[in-house]
Each structure stands twice: as structure tokens, then as C-alpha cells.
Write a protein of this length. Structure first.
Length: 103
């Protein structure tokens, strides 16, 4: 059995809505600054700490913009689907959904 994360669609502006439970778990409610790090085939999102150089802000609707540069590197299409997992170290892992045809 394969574990599946929460699947969300990327909107036309490159935003995803992060589940409220996930935001709460990493202590990054609406308006919080988060850092994004490329890792293997996805992105690790953590609450930003003092001294973090590059951050993004979660808006009042729980949306987070994923930059065009990161979307290009990960080959994430406009309005593509992303899968999110809550990690044990107070982080969220986001990756492109890959559908296996015929399964």
C-alpha cells in the first residue's frame, strides 16, 4: 500500500493552498514567513527563522506562491497537481503528482 499526501492544484498565479492543519503543525499561520528549499523531486517548506535570506509569505487565505524558477526546475505545469506531506521535523514536503497510467 502506498501512502498518498493531500493533493492540491496550483492556480494560474503559481499559488497552492496549504491545508490549515499543516500550517498549524509547522506553526506558520496566515501571514507567516516560510522558507522553501529544493530537495530531490520536491520542495521542503518550513517556518522562516531569523536570518533566513529568501522567504515567502502565506496570505490570509492560506496560499503560498511557488516561484516560476522553482516550478521550472521541478517541471510543474500551470494548474498542475501537487502532493503535500507533513514531515516529522516541522516541515511540509511538496512534490508534483505523477500519475501511473494503468494502475
Amino acid at each position: 500500500m502506498k501512502f498518498r499526501g493531500i493533493i492540491r492544484k496550483l492556480d494560474e498565479l503559481g499559488r497552492i493552498v496549504m491545508p490549515k492543519e499543516y500550517r498549524k503543525e509547522i506553526n506558520a499561520e496566515n501571514g507567516a514567513e516560510v522558507e522553501m528549499t529544493l530537495y530531490e523531486d520536491g520542495i521542503i517548506i518550513k517556518k522562516a527563522h531569523e536570518g533566513t535570506l529568501i522567504t515567502r509569505k502565506i496570505d490570509n487565505l492560506g496560499r503560498l506562491v511557488i516561484s516560476k524558477k522553482i516550478r521550472k526546475v521541478l517541471e510543474i505545469e500551470e494548474c498542475g497537481e501537487l502532493e503535500m506531506f507533513l514531515l516529522v521535523e516541522d516541515a511540509i514536503y511538496v512534490r508534483k503528482v505523477v500519475r501511473n497510467e494503468g494502475l
